[in-house]
Design a protein around this ligand. Structure first.
Ligand code: SF4
Ligand code: SF4
Ligand code: SF4
Length: 253
């Protein structure tokens, strides 16, 4: 089981990890929307640096939960776990229902407003790279090794070793060791990182035990919503194209 350990005390806020992620995944320039949450994540920013007083720089990304709420909430298995620990998205299956966005305790999946498909975007732990024995683009790019990649159990041991070696420097807690059943993205820090959990602290309880019964109550008619939304998107785009063509014709005549 692979993981990332981010040590907040080592991060200098250079954003090399953000740049590397965008470059590797060929993510386009972000288009700010007034309804975006103010944390820097979007369909085209899969990781972001949050600034806090100190200064402190906190890298936000998908936590790759060991028992992900997004996976259990998805009615069509468009989000799946992998042996490596990455939680990955299968756009060909997605119907755009956004249940994963509601279910995620960390507020990670983001809707792609620019394209008809794929609907949802998020960090995939560079699954293609790690399944070939490489490390993620972001950890490779970090100049201070504030964010490192490895086996989850070894990174947990390293995290506890650092905390024990400098007890006055770190909070005595590895964020992600147990929360919501544990995550593959871990943090150690000198400030509380509870604010990364959205919208409220959810403790160590495994969330799929809550989301799975809820999903079984969803009426089958709901699954037609994806097709309806797709049809609406196609209709709006077609109308926009026809209006533009008409305007161009009028300008030419
Ligand atoms: S952080 Fe959210 S999107 Fe990422 S695996 Fe966990 S539930 Fe899914
Ligand atoms: S693990 Fe890969 S996809 Fe996730 S933030 Fe890092 S570079 Fe981006
Ligand atoms: S590359 Fe490393 S030091 Fe720079 S912002 Fe990212 S985690 Fe922090």
């Amino acid at each position: 089981m692979k993981a990332i350990l981010t040590d907040i005390t080592k991060c200098i806020g250079c954003s090399e990890c953000v740049v590397a992620c965008k470059a590797y995944h060929e993510l386009q320039e972000d288009i700010p929307r007034h309804w975006h949450r103010n944390d820097g994540l979007s369909a085209y920013n899969w990781t972001a640096i949050i600034h806090k007083e100190g200064p402190h720089y906190i890298r936000k990304q998908c936590r790759h939960c060991l028992e992900p709420a997004c996976v259990s909430a998805c009615p069509v298995a468009a989000l799946v776990t992998t042996d490596e620990g990455a939680v990955i998205y299968k756009p060909e299956k997605c119907i755009g229902c956004r249940y994963c966005m509601v279910a995620c305790p960390y507020g990670i999946p983001r809707y792609d407003w620019e394209h008809a498909v794929p609907y949802i975007q998020k960090c995939n732990l560079c699954h293609d790279r790690i399944s070939q024995g490489k490390q993620p683009a972001c950890t490779e790019a970090c100049p201070t090794q504030a964010t490192i990649f490895g086996e989850r159990d070894e990174l947990l041991a390293e995290a506890h070793r650092r905390i024990t070696a400098e007890p006055g420097k770190y909070i005595d807690h590895v964020f992600g060791e147990f929360e919501v059943g544990g995550t593959s993205v871990l943090y150690i820090s000198d400030i509380d990182l509870g604010f990364l959990t959205y919208p409220v602290k959810s403790g160590d309880k495994v969330l799929p035990k809550t989301t799975a019964p809820a999903m079984s109550a969803v009426p089958p008619a709901f699954f037609g919503m994806g097709a309806v939304m797709g049809g609406l998107y196609w209709f709006c785009k077609r109308r926009e194209r026809l209006q533009n063509e008409k305007k161009n014709e009028e300008a030419d005549s």
